[in-house]
Design a protein around this ligand. Structure first.
Ligand code: NAG
Ligand code: NAG
Ligand code: NAG
Ligand code: NAG
Ligand code: NAG
Ligand code: NAG
Ligand code: NAG
Ligand code: NAG
Length: 730
């Protein structure tokens, strides 16, 4: 008998409604619009970045409102640089000059990621903060490196989102050979760029409560609304899949990566189709797994997801910046590319899979010589852009057959599904808010982003629980909390490429993000502990909705940073210049010093109760593993398609093995699913065996007797009910 699998998302259809309120159709329509709005605001900015790769200045100008404004400057002297689409276009042309991604060998990378989006109460305007990194070259030796912060404003104009204010605060600039440092005369100090949000407002849920002002009357039918929600849910799954694929590639986890593909997947690189299997394609990057000194990071930025109205196909498009190297040969390189991948929904399992990978390289450059001359084998003509994705179709009618039946779902169930997508965006905002406060070492602010019983890791030391202790630990370490300091250095905590797992009840989230760290300082070369070069790490977080005195707010529950699995020796020497440590230097058990002694944490990383979770990490179980040795990388989820377990699997909150009382479930929250729930149905003697796999220790098998096996439909129904029960125990 056929082996079938069903996805978690499908299964939710059969579960009982959980919301206590009684939403109306109008209420639901308004809230769908709000979630769609937040996503379009992000996509407008991502489109800006994607267009900039190809010098499409007039198309970028068209992303602005008619009287849109560009302001560039610092908080003491701010310049209105352009107003109106024509002036904005000419400003972009002048600002980018020959580094436009149009002429041969030029490079025009204008990354903006880590959005904190705040939508106004009436849903007609929005503000968003982004971290910006610009890497440019003119093809004839000229280079620029610069970046800073966007604090932008957006307006809904006739149903479409536009940028009404691009407020760019440059914080650093320089070039490839000289490195970069703080902007401004003498490269002295940098002010804090004002935040448009507070630790509480960053977490305001996007979905308004039923008690909010009366929503406008909607003409939409329940069926149309159900289809739009389905599309948002699909978008989340596809984005997670794209980002997970990226994380597997970094580690050359080829078996896991291969599991993500549909049969007969098509792989195209720079216009030519790869003839062999997916695994063969991946093995062109080297054999499975990393060995000492190999760096294979493919950072993904500005991912836009387009879900086809059929609900059966989707496309992702974004910017890939690969940082590759080998410390043994000292080879190191950059690759700047466009990815545009196609996904299909497997009709048997309802799980998304990769159907086509399509990568277009723009500049591939040797680290030593840089990208100024267009890199290795510079392109004679700049390629035409892989088609951009439409970002304005979320609210349009869908013909998804998979949602035909969902119109019969109760509104409370539709609300729950919508809330799961809204949770994705709320989590991204909290994640970003944390990143910016960490950049600015705003101890009290990032402490206040946490739940009143939340906990945070201080790297190399341990965990502090409650906002008061989190703030105090930060103050003890950095002794800085000045409302408006001028600081000589900024260490950026860039957290792109999230994989966001949302619980069944949409009240908790498990969040993985990359940490791509770099910095700026008052000296261009290596000033900040080498942070003027790039370093890579991974965050493993959880977020929850907390009832703060009657107001529901998203807060950080658990924050873990597994710091640098690779790092640069300096900007000049890069990541491939690192030398292995002598083994004698790695075995000593670190005695509590500094912060651990001055302000002891609630849980030391060296606590034996961690088992191997902190093995090799700073402050954890020895021996210490330092790049170019390959650190363990932990996974909070199973393979999203096959359910395969990674070798280093740590579901739930990272310190929960040592502190079970910090687990979500012990604190009234659900643990988000760690991967697909696979149901298999096989015919056995005397009946039918239904087995449900939803993670380790979560397998449940039941034999139905022959008289029990009526129609397939009936069996299916039973299997999914069983699955609901299994999931409820998760
Ligand atoms: C701000 O910009 C003005 C004008 O460009 C410059 O004179 C000033 O030094 C800058 N201030 C800071 C704090 O960077
Ligand atoms: C690059 O930057 C360095 C340091 O700021 C400077 O000395 C050098 O002239 C710059 N090179 C070019 C080509 O602009
Ligand atoms: C990179 O460039 C340097 C200096 O031009 C050269 O010595 C080295 O061989 C190049 N490495 C690679 C991998 O091309
Ligand atoms: C969808 O609804 C139709 C008509 O009510 C029904 O025949 C069919 O079994 C339903 N499909 C699923 C998957 O529930
Ligand atoms: C950079 O800032 C540090 C700390 O304030 C200071 O000691 C150093 O002299 C500064 N360097 C320059 C070149 O201004
Ligand atoms: C909670 O709300 C009550 C009544 O609105 C108010 O008196 C109290 O100060 C609030 N407490 C906090 C911690 O905000
Ligand atoms: C040995 O470890 C210390 C402390 O972590 C570090 O400062 C030092 O650079 C290491 N030495 C070598 C040769 O790696
Ligand atoms: C790669 O590592 C995984 C465990 O993480 C292991 O199962 C697999 O066999 C390894 N592959 C190779 C080729 O060594």
């Amino acid at each position: 008998m056929a082996l079938r699998a069903i996805s978690f998302a499908w299964l939710l259809a059969t579960s009982k409604a959980t919301a206590q309120t009684t939403p109306t159709l109008d209420w639901l329509a308004r809230n769908i619009q709000r979630v769609e709005s937040v996503r379009e605001v992000k996509d407008v900015t991502r489109t800006f970045s994607q267009l900039a790769q190809f010098g499409r200045w007039s198309d970028i100008a068209a992303l602005f409102t008619d009287n849109g404004v560009v302001r560039v400057g610092n908080i003491t002297a701010d310049h209105l640089l352009a107003q109106g689409t024509e002036t904005i276009e000419s400003w972009l042309r002048t600002d980018n000059k020959d580094m436009d991604g149009l002429r041969a060998g030029s490079l025009s990378t204008f990354l903006a990621d880590q959005p904190v989006v705040s939508l106004s109460g009436d849903g007609l305007s929005a503000k968003a903060r982004w971290l910006v990194l610009r890497l440019q070259g003119d093809g004839s030796g000229g280079t620029r490196i610069q970046g800073g912060v966007f604090e932008n404003e957006y307006a809904n104009v006739g149903g479409r989102w536009k940028i009404s204010l691009l407020h760019y605060y440059p914080q650093f600039d320089g070039n490839y050979t000289g490195g970069w440092g703080n902007t401004g005369t003498g490269r002295r100090t940098l002010p804090i760029i004002p935040y448009h949000y507070t630790p509480d407002s960053a977490g305001i849920p996007i979905v308004l409560p039923t008690t909010a002002a009366e929503p406008p009357a909607s003409k939409a039918t329940a069926e149309e609304l159900a289809a739009r929600i389905q599309r948002l849910n699909d978008e989340d799954e596809v984005r997670n899949l794209q980002h997970t694929y990226g994380f597997y590639v970094d580690r050359k986890m080829w078996s896991d990566a291969v599991d993500l593909f549909a049969p007969d997947a098509v792989i195209t690189t720079d216009g030519s189709r790869f003839g062999g299997s997916v695994r063969k394609f991946l093995e062109q990057m080297g054999p499975e797994n990393l060995t000492q000194g190999i760096l294979n990071d493919h950072n993904l930025f500005d991912t836009i997801v387009y879900v086809d109205p059929s609900g059966k196909e989707a496309t992702t498009r974004g910017i890939e910046m690969a940082m590759l190297g080998n410390t043994q040969t000292r080879a190191a390189s950059w690759e700047f590319s466009v990815f545009r991948n196609r996904f299909v929904k497997d009709p048997d399992t309802n799980l998304w899979k990769i159907a086509a990978l399509d990568t277009t390289h723009l500049v591939v450059a040797n680290y030593t010589s840089g990208w100024g001359h267009g890199g290795i084998n510079p392109l004679k003509t700049y390629p035409s852009p892989p088609p951009f994705l439409s970002i304005t179709t979320r609210g349009s009618p869908s013909s998804s057959p998979s949602t035909k039946n969902s119109s019969s779902l109760p509104l409370s169930e539709l609300t729950r599904r919508l809330s799961r997508s809204a949770a994705f965006d709320s989590a991204e905002s909290i994640s970003g808010a944390y990143g910016y406060y960490a950049d600015d070492i705003r101890c009290q602010f990032f402490a206040d982003l946490h739940h009143s019983r939340g906990h945070k890791e201080s790297p190399g030391v341990g965990y502090y629980s409650t906002p008061t202790r989190i703030a105090q630990a930060c103050l003890s370490r950095y002794s800085t909390f000045d409302p408006a300091p001028q600081r000589p250095r900024v260490p950026y905590h860039w957290r792109p490429q999230p994989v966001v797992l949302v619980s069944h009840d949409a009240r908790s989230v498990t969040y993985r993000a990359r940490l791509l760290q770099f910095g700026t300082g008052n000296e261009t070369q290596g000033g900040f502990n080498g942070v003027n070069g790039f370093n890579g790490a991974v965050y493993h977080d959880q977020m929850v909705i907390e009832n703060k005195n009657g107001t529901l707010l998203w807060k950080l529950w658990s924050l873990t940073i597994d710091e640098f699995y690779w790092s640069s020796v300096s900007w000049k020497d890069g990541w491939a210049a690192a030398n292995p440590r002598p083994p004698s230097n790695s075995t000593a058990i670190p005695a509590p010093t500094g912060l651990a002694k001055d302000y002891p944490p609630d849980l030391l990383l060296s606590d034996p109760a961690f088992g191997d979770r902190e093995l090799g990490l700073d402050g954890g179980k020895p021996p210490l593993t330092v790049w170019p040795d390959i650190r363990r990388l932990w996974w909070e989820f199973r393979n999203p398609v096959s359910g395969r377990l990674p070798e280093w699997y740590a579901p739930g909150c990272a310190p929960c093995k040592a502190r079970p009382d910090w687990a979500l479930q012990v604190n009234g929250y659900q643990e988000p699913p760690t991967g697909p729930s696979l149901v298999s149905v096989t015919k056995e003697e005397g009946g039918v065996v239904v087995s449900v796999k939803a993670g380790p220790g979560k397998t449940s098998t039941r034999l139905w007797e022959a008289h029990d096996t009526v129609s397939g439909q009936m069996l299916w129904h039973r299997a999914s009910n069983l699955l609901v029960r299994v999931l409820q125990r998760m």
